[in-house]
Design a protein around this ligand. Structure first.
Ligand code: SF4
Ligand code: FES
Length: 231
């Protein structure tokens, strides 16, 4: 593994991989479920050896996953970016509670299900004046890998985001028997193939199976495609 120099960034290439620069650490991130099957927490795996800059497969066909081996050319991968370029807040639906507010952009959902336990975060927002409900709500929302869900303090109007170091997770979802998206943490800038700079967000999930209809973001299609790829 090389030492980081330069700022972390991710660039989407035309019908090809994500180019990652800045020595961003990468490790498996597995969804841990409770007895009822509810998503409870993340378990981080060993860091993967990587270079200062590396190319991550986004077609789903590389033989050297998660890294690109050029197979995208053989399979004629169509990686056209179709996601909205509007800012998160412009796309979000708001759910007001007594002390906290929840914002929600459903098209970003990666299907990791941290929102479901304890009655669901939408109902928790309405009961956020109860300290236990508030704790669960903030934990569950911050575990939402895609950043579909964001919690806000009503009085200050500030987002309640847990600090996350710049890093990339390879999502594993044993309950569904699939590998999931790249979980990009810590506000790493993301640049489109045409040079557009997507809004910087603390949590994002990028498609790695090649099947998302909301590229470059994950839309949960890996569950249908049943991709297993990080060993
Ligand atoms: S990505 Fe977020 S909103 Fe979608 S299922 Fe997971 S926790 Fe819920
Ligand atoms: S993007 Fe290059 S092999 Fe998948």
């Amino acid at each position: 593994m090389s030492k980081p120099d330069g700022k972390p960034s991710i660039t989407v290439t035309k019908n090809g991989p994500y180019l990652v620069t800045g020595g961003v650490p990468i490790a498996k991130q597995t969804i841990v479920t409770d007895r009822e099957g509810g998503s409870q927490e993340w378990r981080e795996g060993e860091p993967l050896p990587h270079k200062e800059s590396y190319a991550l497969c986004r077609c789903g066909h590389s033989n050297t996953k998660p890294f690109c081996d050029g197979t995208h050319q053989k399979v004629h991968f169509d990686g056209t970016e179709t996601a909205s370029r509007d800012k998160y807040r412009e796309q979000a639906q708001a759910f007001e509670g007594p002390t906290l507010m929840l914002s929600d952009v459903e098209s970003l959902c990666a299907g990791a299900r941290f929102c479901d336990p304890n009655g669901g975060v939408w109902s928790q927002a309405e009961r956020s004046d109860d300290p236990q409900v508030r704790r669960n709500f903030l934990r569950q929302v911050n575990n939402c890998p895609s950043g579909r869900l964001v919690a806000w303090e009503r009085v200050s109007g500030k987002a309640v985001e847990h600090a996350r170091p710049a890093s990339i997770g390879l999502v594993e979802d044993p309950a569904e028997g699939v590998s999931g998206p790249y979980w990009v943490r810590g506000g790493i800038p993301l640049v489109a193939e045409d040079g557009f700079a997507y809004e910087v967000r603390n949590r994002m999930t990028l498609c790695r199976c090649g099947a998302s209809s909301n590229k470059p973001f994950c839309d949960g299609s890996h569950v249908t495609v049943k991709i297993r790829d990080s060993g």
